[in-house]
Design a protein around this ligand. Structure first.
Ligand SMILES: N[C@@H](CCC(=O)N[C@@H](CS)C(=O)NCC(=O)O)C(=O)O
Length: 230
């Protein structure tokens, strides 16, 4: 088995997406967290966009972009998470392409600087949630995107659904309950051990601390870290 090092910022959802796939495939890897405000030269040399994740393979090759990393892992390490059927695989890739739009509807709420910007971000959520709800209805019965088999689509959405849950606990948004399939999918992903790179309460506290550091509108509603997961 190759040697993998995953370069990360602790709370980065795109890194988490790659870490999830490594865990789903039961691959041992070194998690290397760096400071976003002080990115080391060795990292800048292997990350063309200066972003995480980067995965270093056998101390010689480096890959960037979470989607490309996960496609590579899926082609090289068993078990295959993509569906065997090419049509289903294309549908999966199409929904994976929607992740950045979906993600921005969630992170838009997190990082809005003012009440008005926060409310505008919340107003965008139903479109993204509604589209996914329809996709899930077409896909089958769950618990995962393709039904009983976990896939790269699950790994791609899990970090962002988790962040929605975190935001909802800081200040009630109350949207996901309107989309039963999406809610059930979110619950299944939150319960899946591979979703979590850190103990859950610890990670939620880290996420909240990050939000406070940014000083966004939501920061004022963040309670002390100790109460994060209660
Ligand atoms: N499309 C990229 C997004 C990665 C990304 O935005 N990473 C953030 C951290 S969560 C980053 O490195 N930001 C640093 C920067 O923009 O300079 C992927 O999927 O890997």
């Amino acid at each position: 088995m190759a040697k993998y090092m995953l370069v990360s910022f602790e709370t980065c959802p795109w890194v988490q997406r790659a870490a999830i796939v490594l865990r789903e495939k039961n691959v041992a890897f070194e998690f290397h967290h760096i400071d976003p405000d002080n990115r080391p030269d060795w990292f800048l040399a292997i990350s063309p966009h200066k972003k995480v994740p980067v995965i270093r393979i056998d101390d010689k090759d480096s890959l960037f972009e979470s989607n490309a990393i996960n496609e590579y892992l899926d082609e090289t390490v068993e078990p295959r998470l993509h569906p065997a059927d090419p049509l289903k695989r294309a549908v999966n890739r199409a929904w994976t392409d929607y992740v950045p739009t979906f993600a921005s509807s969630v992170t838009g709420c997190a990082y809005a600087a003012t009440k008005e910007a926060y409310e505008a971000a919340i107003a965008k959520i139903p479109e993204a949630f509604g589209r996914l709800e329809k996709a899930l209805e077409t896909q089958g019965n769950g618990p995962f995107f393709n039904g009983k088999d976990y896939s790269l689509v699950d790994a791609a959405y899990a970090p962002f659904l988790q962040r929605y849950v975190f935001l909802d606990r800081i200040k009630k948004i109350g949207e996901i309950e309107k989309y039963p399939r999406l809610k059930a999918w979110c619950d299944a992903l939150m319960a899946r051990p591979s979703t979590h790179s850190f103990p859950e309460a610890e990670f939620e506290a880290m996420y909240r601390a990050n939000l406070q550091k940014r000083g966004s509108y939501l920061s004022q509603f963040v309670e002390p870290a100790r109460q994060a997961a209660e």
